[in-house]
Write a protein that binds this ligand. Structure first.
Ligand code: GLU
Length: 307
């Protein structure tokens, strides 16, 4: 049944002509072939259903913010909220405007400024390499896959073109809201964004958010149930930047997008869904990925607003 649904969606996406625009502000991402589409669903019993280019690696980009948020909540608990807020921004992913009004405290951990603040909070005086290793270990552990790694070319490309993110970070630091050196924080942030994963790996990585913080397939307790619930609510409210309201309306599930064209979506109690198609809509979220998720929720009835 699920396999048939995914096959049908992949077939439908293959013939779509309006596929959005591949992100080119990170030159290394501009080369990705826009004709690709993948989808995978992991269920708590450990099954993974997949269709299309579901085993092709792509840059997870901002989806990584869900993982660093989880690390941050595990490490700092509610103290994390002294570094970053938890309100939707209604602004683009790299916006600086509200930062000025709100004294350099980012609105939420899923916009760039917020994710940069989370990196600063989890560094705790440690070297960038140590923190990068911690993040990679975390992603490998939740995906149950030690082959996952950074794409160093993407990380270097982002570092080279870091002006906007560096501006956000320096602005926050000017308010005393960042403790570490901006370039060290950014080095970690760009590496977390560069992590390369397939839809199959990403769907598995989301399983802990499906079952109250526990990956039922591996038995690993990743985070407390209460925190898992809160991460899902942040994904619902803030996971698609200024497209978050539209995503909640159309899809009705917590989700986090990345400019690499991936989206991780959680159907609590049911499954973790990863979609990928590199073409983006005008607010920077995967165009076909969003469309595929709309089809999936229509066909499965999965929603946090209905049963
Ligand atoms: N690394 C990207 C940036 O900081 C992430 C943006 C995204 O995926 O939305 O610009």
């Amino acid at each position: 049944m699920m396999q048939q649904i995914l096959d049908d969606i992949a077939e439908q996406m293959a013939i779509e002509t309006k596929r959005g625009k591949v992100a080119d502000y990170i030159p290394q991402l501009a080369h990705v072939d826009p004709s690709q589409f993948g989808i995978a669903v992991a269920t708590p019993d450990g099954q993974v259903y997949a269709a299309g280019d579901a085993s092709t690696l792509f840059s997870i980009q901002s989806i990584s913010k869900v993982f660093t948020l989880t690390i941050g909540l595990n490490k700092l608990g509610s103290e994390l909220w002294t570094h970053v807020g938890r309100e939707p921004s209604g602004d683009p992913f790299n916006s600086i405007t509200i930062l000025e009004y709100e004294a350099g405290r980012p609105r939420n951990p899923l916009i760039n400024a917020g994710a940069i603040a989370v990196v600063d909070a989890i560094m705790m005086g440690r070297q960038p390499k140590t923190v990068m290793t911690e993040i990679l270990q975390f992603v490998r552990s939740v995906s149950d896959d030690d082959s996952i790694g950074f794409d160093h070319k993407v990380a270097a490309s982002e570092m080279q073109h870091r002006d906007r993110n560096a501006a956000l970070a320096h602005f926050m630091k000017s308010f005393g809201n960042l403790e570490h050196e901006v370039d060290e924080i950014l080095d970690i942030y760009f590496h977390q964004c560069s992590v390369a994963m397939s839809c199959e790996q990403l769907a598995r990585a989301g399983l802990f958010l499906v079952s109250n913080g526990i990956n039922q397939a591996t038995g690993v307790k990743v985070i407390k149930p209460q925190q898992s619930r809160r991460i899902n609510s942040l994904m619902m409210m803030c996971g698609h930047y200024d497209g978050s309201g539209e995503f909640a309306y159309q899809v009705g599930l917590p989700g986090k997008s990345g400019v690499g064209g991936g989206i991780l979506t959680i159907a609590p109690g049911k499954g973790s869904i990863a979609v990928w198609s590199p073409g983006l809509n005008p607010v920077g979220n995967s165009k076909l990925g969003t469309k595929a998720l709309q089809l999936l929720v229509e066909k499965t009835g999965w929603s946090v607003f209905a049963n």
